[in-house]
Design a protein around this ligand. Structure first.
Ligand SMILES: [Zn+2]
Ligand SMILES: [Zn+2]
Length: 120
């Protein structure tokens, strides 16, 4: 019994974000990874690359996965477009340090320039 259940669970298409079986799929334009429409829509507000393979996507198509729901007109695939987004947290630490150093150097230059002028 539990073996059958486990096999069923493994075969169910799961969302790569919340790991629940997907009933409304958000199909990405870049790959065939599985996500809930809601999960990937929220994700796309932060970053428009696939959470699993990091490919950029430009549209999310809402598809009803469970056949028993596929009987109304409202359940036809809906395509939404996403804008180009990048997640700041994805920036590597070394890149961050470089940018901070540049900013700091720039500020110091301005400070020394100001001091020079005051001395005159
Ligand atoms: Zn999900
Ligand atoms: Zn992917």
């Amino acid at each position: 019994m539990s073996g059958v259940l486990t096999r069923f669970m493994n075969n169910a298409e799961k969302c790569g974000i919340c790991l629940n079986p997907v009933s409304y799929q958000g199909k990405l334009s870049c790959c065939n990874h599985n996500f809930c429409f809601d999960c990937i829509t929220k994700w796309s507000q932060t970053e428009n690359s696939c959470p699993l393979c990091k490919d950029r996507f430009h549209t999310i198509t809402k598809i009803v996965k469970r056949t028993q729901y596929r009987n109304t007109r409202a359940d036809r695939p809906v395509v939404i477009e996403v804008s180009h987004k990048n997640q700041c947290a994805a920036m590597r630490e070394s890149e961050m340090v470089n940018i901070l150093e540049l900013m700091l150097t720039h500020e110091l230059d301005r400070l020394f320039e100001l001091l020079d002028r005051l001395n005159v």
